[in-house]
Design a protein around this ligand. Structure first.
Ligand SMILES: *Cc1c(COP(=O)(O)O)cnc(C)c1O
Length: 405
């Protein structure tokens, strides 16, 4: 076989389908984020699609904790958690996370992806006869974990309680069941009916596994997520989150009972056989969580920015999904135009918004996913809206009727 030829032809097929991914090479300006240098583009840009939702990646509390841990403990953890890699900083971070979610324990992983893959894979494969009921729009990391477990999987219609109940009711009451879902869904920005799902879990004797990756740090009085905001954290069997989005660092975790965390710690290959996160990362994440437990200022300003961008889009009739979260999907509905607008925003206006095309979202729903943050200024918003308005006209895209005042 001509291996290189094979790789090339597969990549050519991706390009022809318009699905080939190009990366912007960014250098974020610490202290001046969302501004960055785009090395393979126009130079200075403003980022409007970051998952560092609150700018915690440059927060002094986080940076100080990381600098001091680096000076105190050095660069890497030096091993897996089992072999010399469990540092004091890891233990403190797990305590911080357990407290955040009101659980007995928490368990760290090297990323949110790994936490979903390893925890779901371990629970579903090790609990005899376990069936996983998975929301149709669950993240790839959950899907991969469930697939890896080889457990029976039932996919229920997205956020559809009736469909979930029908599937639960069709199973024997005594059969072990795990309902896997998210709180804030990242592409549409809609939110699951968590309490009602917990009601069904109680009625049909199921465990619940909630991915709060796009909610931790952002919702609830202490940044514990949607489940904290709605007062239902204690009803969930497992809450999973990331340290890489609103917390601004990197890593993933589950929070649950002491027994469940110990079980996953003891049986999950994806936890056991990999080097622990650097202590400085753990210290930075703990500082970020601690800070956001005590400060709602960032969350409040973010809400204002999100509301303002939505209102400005409405004022010029640009279609976006009205959802109750901080994610603003501006709908283009055409893959070529979506990519074109993104390119023009970058190269002509110094605005970086990655186009979201198939297969990340269904064909015909191509979009720009905008994530306003407390570190975006009024001037940033003005520049964004002026650029979008001009490009919408140039591309002859449909507008919504503008509501009369
Ligand atoms: C990003 C994401 C993850 C993975 O988290 P990482 O820490 O980035 O690996 C898991 N679930 C959802 C819903 C995500 O969007």
């Amino acid at each position: 076989m001509d291996y290189q030829h094979f790789f090339r032809s597969e990549l050519d097929a991706l390009r022809e389908a318009g699905d080939y991914r190009e990366f912007a090479e960014l250098e974020r300006h610490c202290g001046d984020f969302p501004n960055a240098n785009c090395h393979n583009g126009p130079g200075e840009v403003t980022i409007w699609c970051s998952n560092d939702y609150l700018g915690m990646g440059q927060h002094p509390a986080v940076l100080d904790a990381m600098h001091s841990a680096l000076d105190r403990a050095g660069a890497g953890a030096g091993g897996t958690r089992n072999i010399s890699g469990t540092t004091h900083d890891h233990v403190l971070l797990e305590a911080e996370l357990a407290d955040l979610h009101g659980k007995e324990a928490a368990l760290l992983f090297t990323s949110g992806y790994v936490s979903n893959w390893a925890a779901l894979g371990t629970l579903a494969s090790r609990i005899p006869g376990c069936v996983v009921l998975s929301d149709a729009l669950n993240h790839a990391s959950m899907i991969e974990g469930i697939r890896h477990s080889r457990a029976q999987k039932l996919i229920w219609k997205h956020n559809d309680l009736e469909d979930l109940e029908a599937k639960l009711a069709a199973l024997p009451l005594e059969q072990p069941k795990l309902i896997a879902f998210e709180s804030v869904y990242s592409m549409d920005g809609d939110i699951a009916p968590i309490a009602a799902i917990c009601d069904l879990a109680d009625r049909y004797n199921a465990m619940t596994y909630l991915d709060e990756v796009h909610a931790v740090g952002l919702y609830g009085p202490r940044g514990g997520g949607i489940a904290e905001r709605e007062g239902v954290m204690d009803r969930l069997t497992v809450i999973e989150g990331t340290l890489g989005k609103a917390f601004g660092v990197v890593g993933g975790y589950i929070a649950a009972s002491a027994e469940l965390c110990d079980f996953v710690r003891s049986f999950a290959s994806g936890f056991i056989f990999t080097t622990a996160l650097p202590p400085a990362v753990a210290a930075g994440a703990a500082a970020s969580i601690r800070y956001l437990k005590g400060s709602s200022a960032e969350r409040a300003i973010q809400k204002e920015r999100v509301a303002e961008v939505r209102a400005r889009l409405d004022a010029i009739g640009l279609p976006h999904i009205d959802n109750p979260s901080h994610i603003i999907p501006v709908m283009v509905g055409d893959p070529v135009k979506c990519k074109y607008i993104s390119d023009m925003l970058l190269n002509e206006h110094g605005i970086y918004i990655q186009p979201i095309n198939y297969p990340t979202v269904p064909k015909g729903t191509e979009r720009l996913r905008i994530t306003p943050s407390p570190v975006h200024t009024e001037a940033d918003i003005d520049r964004l809206l002026t650029a979008l308005e001009a490009l919408w006209t140039q591309c002859q895209l449909a507008r919504r009727p503008i509501a009369a005042e």
